[in-house]
Design a protein around this ligand. Structure first.
Ligand code: FNR
Length: 219
């Protein structure tokens, strides 16, 4: 993933992408962080309320630069080898607060999403478990160059999905989530240590690197 892999265990940012207290997605993020730690990597558990930021406005960006919450999220991403997002599904799509955070952070140079792998998980009281929202979430992330792990995990009936200890009430689902997290960490480790994936990311195939009008295109 990088030219010079950092020594030591993998570091993985785990974003609980919901604001409300008692969020099932923040609970799911907390569980994923525990599974990551249990596998010998280091999780950085990060509930979205830690990154307060206004709605994206190009005038505000021009006048004041990025808000502290966006810069803090950038810093946490930068110090991680990969990230996990646990996100609710709103109206079959990505909640606005999460998309807003991605939009702000995408304005930083170097753009931090493009060097990372990501695993997407969701929780919802519905039977689909918020899975449609994850398919939508892939689009901005893949657009930004993130390597989004093919497998995703969506917890249906999330309101009754957790034990008091924060595990999943269904042992089969707990095992599936554990296996998914371990598979993800294996891919990140392999790419980090052995450079499996070459990165050449352009917003549009016809972009020419360096032209100011296509400043989002980066090698
Ligand atoms: C929802 N919810 C929802 N659930 C779902 O499965 N599919 C959907 O399309 C939506 N749409 C939706 C829109 C809006 C505006 C709200 C507020 C809620 C319900 C949602 O999954 C539920 O509130 C979850 O509990 C949210 O996740 P947290 O807050 O528990 O992490």
């Amino acid at each position: 993933m990088t030219d010079e892999p950092r020594p030591g265990p993998l570091r993985v940012l785990v974003l609980g992408a919901a604001l409300r207290q008692g969020s099932t997605n923040v609970r799911l993020a907390s569980l994923v962080a525990r599974l990551i730690d249990g596998h010998g990597a280091v999780a950085d558990f990060a509930p979205l309320p830690e990154f307060d930021m206004p709605l994206y406005n190009a005038d505000v960006e021009e006048a004041h630069g990025l808000p502290p919450g966006a810069l803090a999220l950038r810093d946490r991403l930068e110090s991680s080898d990969a990230f996990v997002i646990a996100s609710p599904e709103y109206n079959a799509s990505v909640p606005g607060v999460l998309k807003n955070a991605i939009d702000w952070v995408s304005r930083v140079r170097p753009q931090p999403f493009k060097t990372k792998h990501a695993l997407l998980v969701s929780a919802s009281p519905s039977m689909a478990g918020g899975n449609r929202g994850l398919w939508v979430l892939r689009v901005p992330l893949e657009h930004l160059g993130t390597r989004v792990y093919p497998d995703m995990f969506s917890l249906a009936r999330s309101h009754e999905g957790f034990t008091e200890d924060g595990d999943l009430a269904d042992p089969g689902l707990q095992q599936r989530l554990t296996d998914t997290v371990h598979g993800f960490l294996g891919l990140v480790e392999a790419d980090l240590r052995y450079g499996c994936l070459q990165r050449r990311w352009y917003e549009f195939l016809g972009d020419r690197t360096g032209a100011p009008v296509t400043q989002r295109a980066e090698d």
